[in-house]
Design a protein around this ligand. Structure first.
Ligand SMILES: *Cc1c(COP(=O)(O)O)cnc(C)c1O
Ligand SMILES: *[C@@H]1O[C@H](CO)[C@@H](O)[C@H](O)[C@H]1NC(C)=O
Length: 445
């Protein structure tokens, strides 16, 4: 059965796999036929099918024929391109593909490798890593700035005074980056609309500066996971410029929409950001994993955790990019191949139609919901996410409990798979369109 026609969420209980597998690995190798015959019985039995037509959870997980082909070639060719010499092809394809993508999304010139500035792009595994690595870069930038002002300080004095700001609607990975980097994080009120405004940020910064803290990093979101709201990057960016704070933009999901000119207004003010990230593996038809990160000045990334080892040195390291210094692991796969195959075989036109189709599906579903008096739309439908809830006049609590009940029934029924969310104490259901097998027919059901 094709994945599109499978049940989105499997009928299995925790621990099901142990009963299906022997307790130890086989001593002698088995034939491919034997392994193959177990794929359905063991693997597929417990899959959540992100590309089933009944899957509307989270945000979509990209999958395409060109993306799959590239991953097969990547596995077959075995590439570990941590320095230029470790694989010149891998390194150079990545710099060119990041420029292709930056131009296709109309990103600011400062992010382009071929733009002759210190900026450029790199492929990370996930948005979480992109946030963490830019926070680490900002941390070392601030440490050297403060130590050059006052050499009597220790880096730990500086670290203990740093503050990271984000909205309380941003993704959990931002809080996690703060924990991992051991920097205090302030989650600012994004209000009813889930939008962080400049005024809120400015007040927090002023208060912290009064208390001898060092505002270090702001992570703004374009397209929040809970409700697809957009922080006011223009207002936030102006403040970050004046206060000399690193502004990172997490556009993991919505960034893909910038490929269509009619959606570019969501990123107004992006030219003020220090780094920008989105996940082609969500909505741009590039199979997981592929998270695109651009920085205005790559030296902060590559100098923040630079170590040298003789076995990694090579003759051209002064003039070539060694992506090992732009990421947490050393080894890296040839992920840009997926971008190249997808951009060539689908083309910018094809990708634009794919995005427009996802948005049209969401608008269509929104229109169905609006016709039904029992439901209401909770947040504006701007891209491929519809947030809805059952209406019940009276207390929030009562309304939340009937919506929780509805969610439970939908999960038990198994025909479709959704995840709920909550903003400002309101519980609602999220319907994310735009996966490769999503269709109006699926939405009608
Ligand atoms: C999905 C998502 C993330 C997390 O992405 P990973 O690549 O899994 O780390 C972060 N931020 C937003 C806004 C997201 O939608
Ligand atoms: C954000 O914080 C404000 C103020 O503390 C609170 O009223 C609001 O409900 C919070 N929003 C979310 C999504 O948690």
């Amino acid at each position: 059965k094709e994945v599109g026609n499978r049940q989105a969420f499997p009928d299995v209980e925790p621990g099901f796999m142990r009963d299906l597998l022997p307790s130890d690995a086989p001593k002698a190798g088995e034939s491919w036929e034997d392994v193959y015959s177990d794929i359905e019985r063991v693997v597929m039995k417990g899959m959540t099918h992100w590309n089933a037509s009944g899957f509307f959870g989270y945000f979509p997980a990209a999958s395409s024929f060109p993306g799959l082909l590239a991953d097969i070639l990547c596995g077959g060719a075995t590439c570990v391109g941590f320095t230029w010499v470790a694989s010149p092809s891998c390194t150079e394809m990545e710099t060119v593909m990041m420029d292709w993508l930056a131009k296709a999304l109309n990103l600011p010139q400062c992010f382009i490798h071929g733009g002759h500035g210190p900026g450029g792009g790199v492929i990370q595994g996930t948005a979480s890593e992109s946030t963490l690595i830019t926070l680490i870069a900002a941390r070392s930038k601030v440490i050297s700035r403060e130590l050059s002002r006052d050499p009597n300080l220790s880096m730990y004095d500086v670290l203990s005074r740093m503050v990271v700001y984000t909205s309380n609607c941003s993704h959990s990975s931002v809080e996690r980056a703060g924990l991992l980097a051991m920097i205090k994080i302030r989650k600012l009120d994004a209000g009813r609309e889930g939008v962080l405004r400049g005024k809120t940020l400015q007040e927090a910064i002023d208060e912290d500066k009064k208390n001898n803290k060092i505002p270090t990093f702001v992570c703004a979101t374009l397209g929040t996971t809970s409700c697809c709201s957009y922080d006011n990057v223009d207002e936030i960016g102006r403040i970050c410029e004046i206060e000399d704070i690193w502004l990172h933009i997490d556009a993991a999901y919505a960034g893909t929409a910038l490929i269509c000119p009619e959606f570019r207004h969501i990123a107004d003010g992006i030219q003020r950001s220090t780094s920008f990230n989105f996940n082609p593996h969500k909505w741009l038809m590039v199979n997981f994993d592929c998270s695109a990160l651009w920085v205005r000045d790559s030296s902060y990334l590559s100098n923040s955790a630079k170590v040298n080892a003789l076995y990694l040195e090579h003759e051209t390291q002064q003039t070539t990019i060694d992506y090992q210094h732009w990421q947490i692991p050393l080894e890296r796969r040839y992920r840009s191949l997926k971008i190249w195959f997808v951009l060539r075989m689908v083309g910018i036109d094809g990708l634009q139609s794919h995005i427009r189709r996802g948005v049209a599906e969401a608008k269509y579903f929104e229109s169905l919901v609006r016709k039904d008096e029992r439901f209401e739309i909770v947040f504006p439908v701007t891209l491929g996410l519809v947030c809805l809830k059952l209406k019940r006049p009276g207390l929030n609590l009562e309304e939340n409990s009937i919506n929780k009940e509805l969610n439970r029934k939908i999960q038990d029924d198994r025909r479709i798979h959704l995840v709920p969310s909550t903003v400002h104490g309101i519980y609602f259901l999220r319907v994310a369109t735009g996966s490769v097998n999503c269709s109006r027919q699926a939405l009608d059901n």
